[in-house]
Design a protein around this ligand. Structure first.
Ligand code: CO8
Length: 260
């Protein structure tokens, strides 16, 4: 199978661009997440790499979020391994020492929004057909506490309460208004602007910026690190319930019908 992640590293700027290329919609499967984590870890260990831009090679979609087929009709063991890989992706990206910029060139629901929120800065394509948000309640599921924390750290408590309960997906203009994204750009400029933006962040002394980032995020990260196993146990119990399996099945049907 072809690689789901393509990394382009520019030695002269110290910036890597990670292109997610898992058709059709970059859904976060166990294989995808494993590959992504290995790529991020490699870059993290490479002293010459100081910045990371995450973007999509798929048209219209940044990432469709967690791969629903990894949570539907699967064994508890599989669900547990899958969830560990979701945690790992979040820990690696939210805790990264690199400057991270999300170049959101398409829709970014649920896990896709989570991934974008782990970054230091978000630039979204100014196309009203795209949306972004944590829409879990619309699937009849509950965003885990660390998804909630990440959003709270990004847009604040009040906006997060409303967004999460209603499972809101925001158009780019609205996402900008609430601070879920930082900047809108024409679709064909998103990556170029991300490259310019990251160079401003890289002008700050690395050690000072890194310590600041890690101090700001430490409490949120520690909360998951020290509860990892119980979070997996909770997810597995929740997702394998008959009622939850039924909502997931119904949601997948809806996705397929919508297109027909
Ligand atoms: N997982 C698996 N398959 C998916 C997913 C997904 N998340 N999203 C889309 N697909 C499939 C579709 O079913 C379709 O398959 P097929 O070709 O067989 O019909 C194919 O991908 C293409 O999808 P669309 O035709 O819908 O493509 P569009 O370009 O029209 O739309 C979107 C792209 C906007 C991304 C749209 O597909 C969409 O809205 N997808 C659903 C997104 C979503 O709701 N994701 C939520 C996942 S749950 C999550 O991330 C966090 C869960 C936390 C769990 C906590 C429990 C405790």
């Amino acid at each position: 199978t072809p690689p789901k992640i393509r990394v382009e590293f520019d030695q002269s700027t110290g910036v890597a661009v990670m292109h997610m290329q898992s058709p059709p919609v970059n859904s976060l499967s166990l294989d995808f997440l494993t590959e992504l984590c290995i790529s991020v870890e490699k870059l993290e260990m490479d002293k010459s790499c100081r910045g990371l831009i995450i973007t999509s090679a798929q048209p219209k979609v940044f990432s469709a979020g967690l791969d629903i087929t990894e949570m539907y009709g699967k064994s508890p063991e599989h669900c547990g391994a899958f969830w560990r890989s979701v945690q790992e992706m979040w820990l690696k990206l939210y805790g990264s020492n690199m400057v991270t910029v999300a170049a959101i060139n398409g829709s970014s629901p649920a896990g896709g929004c989570l991934m974008a929120m782990t970054c230091d800065y978000r630039i979204m394509a100014d196309n009203p057909r795209y949306n972004i948000g944590l829409n879990e309640t619309q699937l009849g599921i509950v965003a885990p506490f660390w998804f909630m924390d990440t959003m709270k750290n990004t847009v604040g408590q009040r906006t997060t309460e409303m967004a999460l309960q209603l499972g809101l997906l925001y158009k780019p203009a609205d996402a900008l208004k609430i601070g879920l994204v930082d900047q809108l750009e024409p679709e064909d400029q998103v990556i170029a602007v991300a490259t310019q933006t990251i160079s401003r962040w890289l002008a700050i002394p690395d050690h000072a910026r890194q310590i600041t980032k890690s101090m700001m995020r430490k409490k949120t990260i520690d909360k998951l690190t020290s509860n990892r196993e119980s979070d997996i146990q909770f997810f597995v119990n929740f997702i394998t319930k008959d009622s939850i399996q039924k909502s997931l099945g119904g949601y997948m049907e809806m996705l397929k019908k919508r297109r027909a």
